[in-house]
Design a binder for this molecule. Structure first.
Ligand code: FE2
Ligand code: FE2
Length: 331
């Protein structure tokens, strides 16, 4: 990671630069806030360490300037101080800094605090990438509107309900809840690999076209699993892949692509299945009008044990008010 160090004191700047390099990072340096801001603009480092006390533009002012100009690409900023008086620290955080370093700082402290910065920057990049991919899918699919936004809210709602009621605890924990929120919008990512004349066809698909359409599950799975090889933390991508693969499986084994039965279907995909069908029912699509909630609810309940996991249907019934609210909020 590229890290910008802004400090007017030459020897102290050099010392910090060596420490940062020792931790395996690339460094950029500036001797005052003005120069620092210019370098930040052109080089775009994601982490900045700035001395609080500098002539012309001090560290706090630099912090203000970066926050005002950074847009949606977050910069993690640490302020370097001579002491850690509460007032000094509060002042730094108030100016928009994320953390502070007190001189002299040890390599261990610097490593730990840079680690926090890296994690924050990484999470932001992850969320942005997932959002961008989801939007790509949306751009090619007729199920547009806020379908994907609603999906993440429905699925998180159900996951939270299962967690709170101790259901499927071997699968559903706090990272499951976060991951399903993050990756349920990717369920149809494989549709980018389906030819337009099939994906966008408004008439009924013939048998051969339908077989091709079904492969969006496998294309999505393969794409996301291939991405796993390039990431260190892949639990969310793995969940995205299992959702992409299994969101059309049915509890009684009549779904696709593998005809999985009951508990063979990942819990995440079982949750996405019910959310996806409910949303399709209550929304207008090119081939159908929107059904009222009551009708959609009855269709879901009728499919208990056939299409859907009975336990998840129970959760849906307990949460139906919130389902209606989510649908109305993201219309
Ligand atoms: Fe699908
Ligand atoms: Fe969908």
């Amino acid at each position: 990671m590229k890290i910008l160090i802004v400090d007017a004191n030459h020897s102290e700047r050099q010392e910090l630069e060596h420490m940062v390099q020792k931790l395996g990072h690339e460094t950029l340096t500036a001797s005052n806030g003005e120069e620092g801001f210019a370098i930040w603009r052109t080089e775009g480092p994601r982490i900045v360490i700035a001395n609080r006390d500098m002539p012309v533009i001090n560290g706090l002012e630099l912090c203000h300037q970066i926050r005002g100009a950074e847009g949606s690409r977050y910069t993690y900023i640490m302020i370097l101080t001579a002491n850690d008086d509460t007032e000094v620290v509060v002042n730094a955080l108030d100016s928009g800094a994320d953390n502070y370093l007190t001189r002299p700082c040890s390599l261990a402290e610097l490593k730990a605090k840079l680690g926090v910065g890296e994690r924050i920057v990484e999470i932001e990049s992850r969320d942005t990438v997932i959002f961008a991919i989801s939007k790509l899918v949306e751009s090619r699919d007729y199920e547009t509107g806020h379908h994907l936004e609603r999906m993440r809210h429905y699925t998180r709602l159900v996951a939270e309900y299962l967690y709170d009621n101790n259901i499927y605890r071997e699968h559903v924990n706090s990272s499951f809840i976060e991951n399903i929120y993050l990756t349920s919008p990717l369920h149809d990512i494989g549709k980018v690999g389906i030819p337009d004349h099939i994906l966008l066809k408004t008439d009924r698909l013939d048998d051969q076209e339908w077989e091709i359409m079904k492969t969006h599950t496998i294309i999505g799975y393969d794409t996301l699993m291939a991405t796993c090889n390039y990431q260190l933390k892949t639990d969310y991508l793995q969940m995205g892949a299992e959702i992409a693969l299994s969101h059309h499986e049915k509890w009684d084994g009549t779904g696709y692509p593998h005809g999985l039965v009951g508990n063979e279907i990942p819990v995440s995909a079982r949750i996405v299945a019910i959310a996806d069908v409910y949303d399709a029912l209550v929304s207008k699509r090119v081939y159908k009008n929107a059904y009222p909630h009551g009708v959609s609810r009855a269709i879901i309940i009728n499919s208990t044990g056939k299409h859907f996991d009975p336990v998840i249907v129970e959760a849906f019934q307990a949460l139906e008010k919130q389902f209606v609210e989510i649908h109305q909020r993201y219309r």
